[in-house]
Write a protein that binds this ligand. Structure first.
Ligand code: ARG
Length: 316
């Protein structure tokens, strides 16, 4: 649970991770092939360090089985949107990743069987939504930020609203390097939003400004965005990032965040970093009344993820 339980994540070991096709500008199969075995070894080490960092912070990690021939299965953020124990299963834009769908579905069915989640639901035919990569829960505003364009379809928004009984704000992604919302936009604590403004269309940037007070906006520059600094994992006031400039680190420190950097360079070659490699499965829609919410089974001790709960800093 966001307030009282251990943060919980779904991850998939990178046994079969590689760059074997190209569906975003980061991916270059020829470059990967030149150093394939060194990069695969590096991926194993980097992934294990990320998992240890999460566990050191009190998180529980559930694992799914890696599948030969599905190199991007490791990016579990794309598997589903999960809030209140309900998983809305993803549908992918590209044929290469559509083959992951039955494996993600099986993983969620097993989480339901183990009482870690309550239910999983499918999207209607023809709607693409690449999971939490393009649909990010904002507990402060109690809404989903949704990316559309390169991958997910705009028509996914009403389905998310109906499934989770929550509002959505749709943001159009216009830079091919930032093809999922989670590569150019990040929800931090207490209403803070960190983003790269040129990832968004002018109208979408206006929508962001309409919903987020100037004081709650953290704009990052192109270098940090290209280092995937926006693709971080937040546990309380700690951000786990694969890269962070001194300038951004200071900006974040001024707001009370500490940054823990762990290299994920081999995954950046696929266009993914820390957030992409994990899917948070314990978020709830109403952090004010945790007792009324679904409580996933815990196998660790309780851990106060966000002591003090949320601040009421209205951005509307
Ligand atoms: N190679 C993967 C793709 O293009 C990377 C996915 C990264 N995931 C994310 N949530 N941004 O789909």
């Amino acid at each position: 649970m966001t307030l009282t339980g251990s943060p919980r994540f779904l991850m998939c070991p990178p046994r079969h991770f590689a760059v074997t096709y190209s569906i975003n500008p980061w991916m270059n199969p020829e470059e990967w092939t030149k150093q394939a075995s060194a990069l695969s070894r590096a991926a194993e080490v980097e992934w294990r360090s990320l998992k240890s960092l999460l566990e050191q912070r009190g998180a529980v990690v559930d694992l799914m089985i890696p599948i030969l021939g599905l190199p991007d299965l490791v990016f579990t953020a794309n598997a589903a949107v999960v809030v209140d124990g309900k998983a809305l299963l993803a549908r992918f834009r590209h044929r290469e990743r559509q083959r992951e769908e039955p494996h993600f579905a099986a993983a969620f069915e097993s989480l339901v069987e183990r009482n870690i989640l309550k239910s999983c639901v499918a999207l209607p035919a023809g709607v693409v939504l690449e999971g939490a990569g393009d649909c990010i829960w904002d507990p402060h505003r109690e809404l989903f930020w949704m990316g559309f364009g390169p991958r997910s379809s705009r028509q996914a928004a009403p389905i998310v609203e109906a499934t989770f009984a929550a509002e959505t704000v749709s943001l159009e992604l216009v830079d091919p390097r930032f093809y999922h919302l989670d590569t150019g936009f990040s929800v931090l604590a207490d209403g803070d939003i960190m983003y790269f403004k040129r990832a968004l269309s002018p109208n979408s940037l206006r929508a962001l400004h309409d919903h987020v007070n100037a004081g709650d906006r953290i704009e990052v520059d192109e270098d940090d965005a290209c280092n995937m600094s926006l693709n971080g994992i937040r546990i309380g006031r700690t951000l786990i990032l694969s890269g962070c400039s001194p300038k951004l680190r200071n900006q974040l420190a001024d707001r009370g965040y500490s940054v823990s950097v762990t290299s994920l360079s081999s995954f950046l070659r696929s266009g993914g970093s820390a957030y992409c490699l994990t899917l948070r499965t314990d978020l709830t829609s109403d952090s004010r009344s945790p007792s009324s919410q679904f409580k996933p089974a815990l196998n660790g001790q309780g851990h106060a993820d966000e002591p003090g709960g949320r601040a009421h800093k209205s951005a509307h």
